[in-house]
Design a protein around this ligand. Structure first.
Ligand SMILES: [Zn+2]
Length: 355
């Protein structure tokens, strides 16, 4: 694992993020109106576009979404703010890092707060996660030529285990990777694998392989585990934590949050990719939604392209392990990942016109 000090400081993500920031700070002068719970129009107290609370930048969610044509309804008792466009719905809860986006569990960097009676949402979450997902065509097309599939673990690193059933994560990650490779290879994409057999590959070498292959998309496949006997099951999807934000599992901010990694240049596109991955996996597998989360996993930090890491299920859960051990279920996982690549590719609009 590389130490933080050896990593180049990437420039702050510029294009897409600055667009959304402009939107956030744009001509919001005047009162903002939004539909109330009964459908009537109510005046929303006008807030500054962004405020600092406890050192964190927050954005007036209702004002921001009103500019995007969303209707809002806020229930002070539940602390729930629902923003709806007809096509998409976002639900924030005051005091919580957990939001719902089109029915999916989504984890924010910081909890939603109340400012002068109005819910405010962490600005980084809006700029780098939610708005790119809701308006992918504004992000700019990711012309995909090469996709790198990363089968987690291998060789001496077995990954997680189900001891009772003698199941290894490394076996199933490679199997799903090969199934996904076969599906993707039928398309117009060049597909490369960080490993094609049972061998150990360093995390940094996986990212370096993708960078040398000039990958336009990086998909890392894993299976999860907790202490044996636990009832925990379900699907998690991870993208790289943006700079200046804490990861989903971090209880508080740390020095690592300040570092910009190569992968952070692709935050907006990774956000869109992760959304489609999580959505397709849950739709196909009907598994429990453990959340769309963010972490600074080495492979995600170091790749020079949009990247995602999926934890498709829990090997530690006997019921889920039995499913994962079934080839048809692994085929379903690969099909979900394939459908997500297609949805991601289609979400950012038409390919650029040939010169
Ligand atoms: Zn793993």
């Amino acid at each position: 694992m590389p130490t933080l000090g050896f990593l180049p400081r990437a420039p702050r993500v510029a294009l897409a993020a600055s667009f959304f920031l402009t939107l956030a700070l744009g001509p919001a002068a005047g009162s903002v109106f939004a539909a109330g719970p009964a459908g009537g129009r109510q005046q929303v107290t006008r807030l500054p576009a962004t405020v600092k609370l406890g050192g964190v930048s927050y954005t007036d969610a209702r004002g921001q979404f009103a500019q995007l044509g969303y209707k809002s309804s806020y229930s002070p008792d539940a602390g729930a703010l629902t923003l709806s466009s007809g096509a998409s719905e976002v639900v924030f809860t005051v005091g919580s890092r957990e939001a719902k986006l089109n029915g999916l569990r989504l984890f924010l960097g910081e909890p939603v707060e109340l400012y002068k009676g109005s819910p405010v949402v962490p600005t980084i979450d809006l700029d780098r996660l939610i708005l790119p997902i809701l308006r992918p065509s504004r992000v700019g097309r990711n012309a995909i030529r090469t996709i790198v599939i990363d089968a987690g673990h291998g060789g001496t690193d077995s990954g997680t285990l189900n001891q009772a059933r003698k199941l290894n994560e490394k076996t199933f990650t490679l199997d799903v990777a090969k199934r996904l490779q076969a599906l993707l290879a039928d398309g117009a994409w060049k597909v490369r694998m960080t490993r094609t057999d049972d061998r150990f590959v360093e995390l940094s070498d996986r990212a370096e392989f993708a960078n040398n292959a000039k990958a336009d998309l990086f998909i890392s496949i894993h299976f999860n585990a907790v202490a044996a006997g636990s009832d925990v099951r379900g699907t998690e999807t991870y993208v790289l934590t943006p700079q200046f934000q804490r990861s989903t599992s971090s209880a508080k901010s740390g020095p690592e949050d300040k570092v910009a990694y190569p992968g952070n240049r692709h935050d907006s596109r990774s956000a869109i990719l992760g959304y489609h991955m999580h959505r397709q996996l849950l739709a196909k597998l009907k598994s429990e939604d453990r959340g769309y989360k963010r972490a600074r996993f080495a492979v995600l930090r170091l790749v020079n392209c949009p990247g995602v890491l999926v934890e498709a299920g829990y090997l530690s859960n006997n019921g889920e392990a039995a499913k994962i051990a079934n080839a048809n279920y692994r085929g379903d996982i690969a099909e979900a990942l394939f459908a997500a690549v297609q949805a991601y590719d289609a979400s950012m609009g038409l390919p650029p016109k040939a010169p």
